[in-house]
Write a protein that binds this ligand. Structure first.
Ligand code: 7TS
Length: 396
């Protein structure tokens, strides 16, 4: 059996998404900016895709959604764009973010630090979420931008976006949120949330890779970083990725249609997996079930290196991760585990299991069985854990 439980890294392209994209590779392959029919015959699908994106996050007609290549690009654009708009000219010199952002945010901020920008990385509580008081205290007259994620990729914890945006408004500071892990998992409404900028990537919600977006609220300016042929109203030059945009639009429509399914059915499977794994002694999961995206579990199984567990799972056909794929090649401890104050030996035990609307009950039952067996095997050989064999006997 092959089981894919690494949906926070990327997702399968929904077959309906794929089907809508197909004609835009070999039939309607024109450049949308060309003045002939090959170009113009792409326009209806592009318009339809953009309408679906606007509807999906409740953006107004006068707001901008600019198509980018991925969330990493959108995030870098906002953070570095703000530097050119508000910091380079001497107006402001400070950015506020959190310790548990994706590396796209953290590294973009580190880049600006080298140019002299001050950055505050807000700490998180034991659930992995920032406290509003610390945000309020961190903002000053110098602050040019607050960038806080909507949902964390490792823990799935959903941040108090409306409260964050209220604080930002009070201090008149633009608010960017990285909603890469939120779209398709929880309702994302830019009006209700009151955000100024919002980043996303299609491949996290069953769209294709290599395509993403940046929402920009009406009135918020941003310097364009890709200068060139003036596509996307001059905000982001470069020939449009027509199949990608078509696919992202359809994926957004399906993501919104499936929100109830995520909230009920995916969550039920996730909760079942979590409840069974928590029966293993000396385990804990970061954050409460209700405050997390319905698909994610970050579990620590004491005495078991995350990588060792991944090896056993992979051999059994199960894909999971120890955290963000963007950092996991380094064999480092999980940074979010560290940020929540977990002891050093536990930070190495993180295992992230992330489901999707395509995950089945059979797959979850199989995974529970394999993890139980892997725990038995790995704890027997663990140098940091004294093995008590009786806990699982009724389970196997
Ligand atoms: N922001 C968050 C919250 C993410 O989870 C990711 C990808 C990105 C930004 C970057 O997205 P990209 O499409 O530009 O690559 N996160 C992960 C992950 O958790 N495991 O692999 C990739």
């Amino acid at each position: 059996m092959r089981v894919y439980l690494d949906n926070n890294a990327t997702t399968i392209v929904d077959p309906f998404v794929y089907k809508e994209m197909v004609p835009y590779f070999c039939e309607k392959y024109g450049n949308p900016n060309s003045l002939h029919e090959f170009g113009s015959e792409t326009h209806p699908a592009l318009r339809c895709a953009m309408d679906r994106l606007y509807a999906g996050i409740n953006a107004a007609d006068n707001d901008d959604i600019v198509v980018t290549s991925c969330a990493t690009e959108s995030i870098n654009w906002v953070i570095k764009g703000i530097y050119f708009d508000r910091i380079f000219n001497g107006d402001k010199n400070h950015i506020v973010t959190s310790e548990v952002e994706h590396p796209a945010v953290i590294q973009a901020c580190r880049f600006l630090e080298k140019l002299g920008v001050k950055v505050t990385y807000l700490p998180v509580n034991s659930d992995g979420v920032i406290e509003i008081d610390t945000l309020e205290e961190s903002i000053s007259d110098e602050t040019a931008l607050v960038s806080i994620m909507w949902a964390n990729n490792e823990t799935g914890m959903v941040f108090p976006i409306e409260e964050i945006s209220r604080v930002c408004k009070k201090h008149d500071v633009p608010f960017h949120t990285d909603a890469t892990q939120a779209i398709g998992k929880v309702p994302v409404d830019v009006v209700k949330a009151g955000v100024d900028y919002l980043s996303f990537s299609a491949h996290k919600f069953h769209g294709p890779k290599g395509i993403g977006g940046l929402y920009i609220k009406e009135g918020r300016v941003i310097s364009s970083l890709l200068s060139g042929g003036e596509q996307m109203d001059g905000l982001r030059s470069g020939t449009l990725n027509v199949p990608g945009i078509v696919g992202m639009g359809k994926a957004m429509e399906l993501a919104v249609e499936n929100l109830d399914f995520e909230k009920n059915d995916v969550k039920k499977l996730r909760d079942r997996l979590e409840d069974e794994l928590l029966k293993i002694p000396d385990t804990f999961v970061v954050g409460t079930k209700e405050q997390r995206t319905p698909n994610t579990i970050l579990i620590s199984i004491k005495g078991i290196e995350g990588e060792a567990m991944l090896w056993d799972l992979n051999k059994a056909g199960i894909a999971a991760s120890t955290g963000s794929a963007c950092a996991s090649e380094a064999l480092e401890s999980n940074p979010v585990m560290e940020a929540i104050g977990a002891e050093a030996d536990l930070a190495h035990t993180a295992l992230r299991l992330s489901l999707s609307r395509f995950t089945t009950k059979e797959e979850i039952d199989y995974t529970i069985d394999i993890i139980y067996k892997a725990v038995e095997r790995l704890r027997t050989i663990s140098s940091t854990f004294s093995y008590a064999p009786d806990w699982h006997e009724s389970k196997l």
